[in-house]
Unconditional design. Sequence first.
Length: 591
Amino acid sequence: MRQRAVVLPGSTGYSWLRNRISKPLLFLMAIVAGVLLIACANVANLLLSRAAARQREIAIRLAIGAGRARLVRQMLTESVVLALLGGIAGLAFAYASIRFLLNLIPQHTFAISVDLSPDWRILMFSIGICVATGMLFGLAPALHATRLDLTPSLKGTTSVIELPISRLGLPRIDMRRTLMAVQVAVSLLLLIGTGLFVQSLMNLRDLAPGFRTTRLLMVSVDPGSSGYKGQRLRDFYDRLQQQVQNLPGVQVASLAAITPLGGSRWNGDVTIEGYQWKPNEKPYLDMNSVGPRYFETVGIPILLGRDFTDRDNPAVTPDTREEQPESKAAKESEPAKDVKPKGPPLVAIINQTMARRFWPKESAVGKRFTLSDKFKMDDAYEVVGVVEDARYFGLREATESMIYIPVWRQGADGRTLCVRTARDPKQTIEAIRRKVQEQDAGVPMIEARSMQEQMDDDLLQERLVAILSGFFGILALLLASIGLYGVIAYAVMRRTREIGIRMALGAQRGQVVGIVLRDAMVMVSAGAVVGVSAALALTRLASAFLYGMTPRDPATFILATSVLFAVTVFASYIPARRASNVDPMVALRYE
């Protein structure tokens, strides 16, 4: 079979940071666009109110010969300047808060390079967005403000600015109320999304991973970089484990090739005695090399059988012996030999998923398998224990069949020291570092991380989406409430004379407040119907970010809608209360 290599630019190569958070950031960009839409609708409502207040001024300028195009240009300029000022403030806030975003990204053993210097492309894009939104959302108010009936406007009578659809035979629609309904719909959509993401993160945090996450420390050292190999490497780790075990505050310590949520994976071919792989099954399983008391250290319960002991490891396995120098010709002429390790029997421990999968109706203890594509009794491992399932490769990932073998059975290689402490594990790091230096000052300690940190790193995507979507959801709700307050306050101002007449005819203050609140509820209900419908249609796109719940979770929808209506009542009550305090005599003389 012919193969070929494809050369790609280095900038498009593998990037842990890009692969991990690019999709969440794209989704968050859509949320940001929703917040921008709400802000623009707010600005449009502000400009509409300002245009209504300036109707007499605009009418006078039109009456004395000012051109409509000139007035539109002036109002567009005002809206663009307003948008640019907001954009500058937004950029300043963005650069001030970028450190907070970087703190959400875990610091691994390898460097993560993020350029924080100002980028002219981002600057130009931001300026372009500001100008475009300022012109787009300032154009309609400018056009409507200059399309006036001069006679009533010169008399000081204001009119409602409506969408120009009456020419199509459709009912007239107040533009302010329409924009407000749009804000409510988008705000509710973002609130529902925020609720889903936060609940999903809580589900993952509450998930039982199969091991105890508290007071557990993972320490990685690199004796291989200082020339340790074979038996010397094994002796180094064994001494370090024993010394750490005797430290104050350390309860138990052990060694492992792979740790839960550590980002590593090891699997290989497996042949199980009496079992035939099905065509759709992968003939390999996940494996791990662990030392005695590893399961006690990590907190994985042993369900059946026993734990490993030091006697389960061979003295020196073939691949750890120091090779004697010999000629290349001698190596080539020597026939291949199957070298069987001498020492204790081959034993293994498996997890509950593997036991249920291959021996569902009988005990797995005493069963045999080989770590190859053929079964040979001389190379067979015997199952001596069954442990509870643990999530090694991600909290979202379903547990897979796992085989544990003694830590030095397949040779000496780099291992991770697992330490269970009686206090905060961070307080033990320096003591462990000193023990490493006592053995060999040239051996570096690469990393020391608590299991809680590893869990937080595994939940990076969920935390990023939940925190930022929560921030933008609250911001959207705040903007919508401000816009609602403005619309209701303007409506109350326009209805001052009507309210005065009602009160003069005997209407009570509670009735006036009810009228205003009912008007707000009708407007918000219309937006809520649109928002819920949009959420039902769009939240399925976020299903990849959710865990333990459906994109149409009823509780989240009900809670988000309830919060929206509660904010509506709060934002509408102040102008409603103000309307109920109107003096009927003053109101009757209004305008």
